[in-house]
Design a protein around this ligand. Sequence first.
Ligand code: HEC
Ligand code: HEC
Ligand code: HEC
Length: 361
Amino acid sequence: MITWRQGLLGLVLLALAGLLLAWSGLIGIGAGSGHWKITDLVLHWAMEQSVETAALSVEEPPELDEPRQIRRAAGHFEASCAFCHGSPLRGRPPLSDRMTPPPPPLTQSAEIWSAAELFVIVQQGVKFTGMPAWIAPERADEVWAMVSFLRVLPGMDAATYRDLAFGTGPPSEADADPVLANCARCHGFDGGTDGGAFPMIGGLPEAYLRDTLQAFANGTRQSGIMRFAAAGLTPDAIARVSAHYASQRPPAAPPGEELTAGLLAHGEKIATEGIPEERVPACGRCHADRPGRNPAFPELDGQAAWYLEEQLHLFKAGARGGGPYARLMAKVVPGLTPEDIEAVAAYYASLPATPQAAATR
Ligand code: HEC
Ligand code: HEC
Ligand code: HEC
């Protein structure tokens, strides 16, 4: 019979032995030899349990798996995931097999994990493995777009992947500028929405484009996708691509869902008069295209409806951030209901994009 004293002594000795072993330096930390089978099993089991539990409180959004979500995430996958996980275009990256654990090719992940579990992995990352968390964790909508992409990745051929990750726009002389060529993978050279996957950036005021890229780069505007794309751009590169996109006139975004006249009328009323009893100012005071408008304020006419809606919900949740004037929007959004947001977004999206008055540039 072992007494509790002997048991305790045993535990202390075991702990000391462990400490001694670590102190001796005999435990290898080299990444090239992999884990022992048992370490691998235990760590992976712990990860599975943790992901399953966290996924219990995650709810799938209705837009999961929509083509524009898949396209929205594909270019970011190419830039920020494929160098570890590989892709249909580049196969298995050489460094991956020299990591412990090696980043798995994601060709089966959608069968192993449910959508909610993929969401947890991509949003939170995995400790002790090198798998990073999402850059802007508050952007659940971006993480869901990536989950949509991961769900179609298994079995995708190289040509489909190339179109999704690099776009299908025609090559142009702007190809010669590598910074612009990278923007164009997603935004095209004309800054259009590519079927509604991206916001319309062609024709936005140049000052707003510059402020916005700066805000993405330093994280004062939250987006995992755009922070990655804008980080490290020199002031010169920001000025160059801003001037390029400000001068573009892309075709209109495709219309969203069916619009009723009532919805549009409600949206127009908010845009032109605001909602005085809820202290919502008329949007047009700052956003209408007229001479003398502050060139750092964005144009909303002709912008994609889903994007306007998403941005307004983000402002409401305090998760949008932005450039030096973004705090103005914090006073606008508290009085807007989800119905108001849907209406005003639909209204602005239904307007033709107006070329900026030269005076406001
Ligand atoms: C620095 C390398 C690295 C980068 C970059 C990286 N990952 Fe990972 N990822 C890993 C590693 C390592 C694992 C394995 C974790 C484990 O086995 O516990 C992993 C696991 C995963 C898994 C679970 C796979 C499975 O089948 O179990 C998914 C899904 C995933 N990553 C998606 C992504 C996405 C999406 C991105 C880009 C936003 C990304 N990863 C970026 C290293 C990386
Ligand atoms: C991997 C795809 C991708 C790349 C590359 C990319 N963008 Fe974006 N961009 C996006 C997405 C997605 C959004 C929407 C962000 C959000 O939802 O907050 C966006 C948003 C923007 C916005 C904000 C529009 C607005 O109305 O406020 C600007 C400006 C912009 N991008 C410019 C650029 C420029 C310039 C480059 C090149 C330096 C670039 N982007 C590279 C995907 C990309
Ligand atoms: C007092 C001025 C002001 C008023 C009034 C105002 N806005 Fe804004 N809004 C701004 C500024 C400034 C920004 C740019 C923030 C940033 O990104 O730096 C902005 C950004 C936005 C954006 C994001 C656009 C994009 O391309 O990302 C949306 C959507 C928006 N406003 C909608 C509205 C709506 C709807 C109303 C009316 C209910 C409204 N705004 C009223 C100043 C205003």
